[in-house]
Design a protein around this ligand. Structure first.
Ligand SMILES: *Cc1c(COP(=O)(O)O)cnc(C)c1O
Length: 344
């Protein structure tokens, strides 16, 4: 395969795949302190075979995007929220947090260094930014590492689904994603490792992905493997699950705000029981990668809860998508502080 370059890349053909853009930010934690980070060229990381990230999953990550506006500017969407969430993940796994301000500055630096790879406005593509924090030092006994690596890679990605919204059907999994007091709230690789089998089974059965229930009672919906869940009631309510074991998504939080302040809905974080699913008129999954995936139906054992015919999208889902992507791409004015420009 020929190597992709910004000159040969076809922006409208992009999927969601790793691309080596040549520039990433790296910072090292040694002797009890974060050293100053810089842009590096080598995609490979050289660490000891005794690193805790490899043995005990001492690692966490983030995901956010940079968007090209109609005027040609590059902007980020709420990066300090990702920074803070990574601090929370790091603390849960006994890793030294990378400071919020330094995180945001590093994101700006890595986007500027990869500006050639910024997809044009209107292509539906964006620059995906993946921060990663790993225990890179040795500890073969179970315990935290003495050294850490913080890195941020960036790569152009297509709209998760071409043409924006792509409705899909989902199935409730027999597996749990996280334990009630485990690491479900943190963006850690271990949650993903344990979701791979459930996701594979769901896809083999013809569904987009698996939905997980609350691990304590298995009666309420928690979230999907890599995205949050919401429903719309015919009572003008936007409802998303509240639980200590789900990932606090920034897309979800933003949609809660937009539903309340732009659409005049009642925005609620509460319980969504499987047995009550037939009371709702729309459902969807939310996350940075796909923004919103409208859910046409949910299969729970022998019962299928249908919200919309396949290939159709409900009006509230459609409007929330239009608002959020409009803000992200700079076509609409968002609330104060939601976007920030990357200066080249
Ligand atoms: C990242 C993630 C989400 C979505 O979070 P956003 O901040 O909206 O991208 C939801 N669930 C899980 C399990 C995640 O890892």
């Amino acid at each position: 395969m020929t190597k992709l370059t910004p000159e040969t890349i076809q922006w409208d053909q992009l999927g969601f795949n790793y691309i080596d853009t040549g520039k990433r930010f790296r910072a090292y934690y040694r002797d009890g302190a974060w050293q100053e980070g810089k842009i590096e060229d080598d995609r490979y990381i050289k660490i000891s075979e005794g690193a805790t990230a490899l043995h005990y999953g001492q690692q966490c990550f983030e995901g956010l995007k940079a968007y090209r506006t109609k005027e040609g500017k590059i902007q980020l969407f709420r990066p300090e929220q990702n920074a803070q969430r990574m601090v929370d993940s790091a603390e849960r796994l006994l890793m030294p947090p990378y400071p919020v301000e330094d995180f945001v500055a590093a994101v700006h630096q890595v986007v500027a260094a990869n500006a050639d790879w910024m997809p044009p406005y209107g292509s539906g593509a964006s620059l995906y930014i993946r921060p990663l924090l790993i225990g890179s030092g040795d500890n073969i006994g179970v315990g935290p590492a003495p050294e850490y690596l913080f890195t941020i890679m960036a790569m152009p990605v297509g709209p998760y689904f071409k043409g924006g919204l792509k409705p899909a059907k989902f199935i409730i999994s027999d597996f749990d994603r996280a334990a009630p007091r485990g690491t479900g709230r943190q963006k850690v690789g271990g949650n993903y490792a344990s979701s791979l089998l459930a996701g594979k089974k769901a896809k083999e059965a013809g569904y987009a992905d698996a939905i997980y229930l609350d691990p304590e009672t298995h009666t309420k919906i928690e979230e999907i493997g890599s995205s949050n869940f919401f429903v719309i009631s015919d009572n003008n309510e936007f409802i998303t699950p509240k639980s200590p074991s789900i990932l606090p998504g920034i897309t979800k939080r933003s949609l809660l705000y937009l539903a309340e302040h732009e659409l005049g809905m009642k925005a609620i974080e509460g319980d969504i029981y499987v047995k009550d699913l037939d009371q709702f008129v729309e459902a969807g999954s939310t996350g940075t990668a796909a923004v919103i995936t409208p859910i046409t139906s949910i299969t729970a054992g022998d019962t299928v809860y249908t919200f919309y015919p396949e290939d159709q999208v409900g009006p509230v889902t459609q409007e929330l998508y239009r608002l959020l992507t409009g803000i992200q791409y700079g076509d609409l004015q968002g609330p104060e502080g939601w976007v920030q420009e990357v200066k080249l």
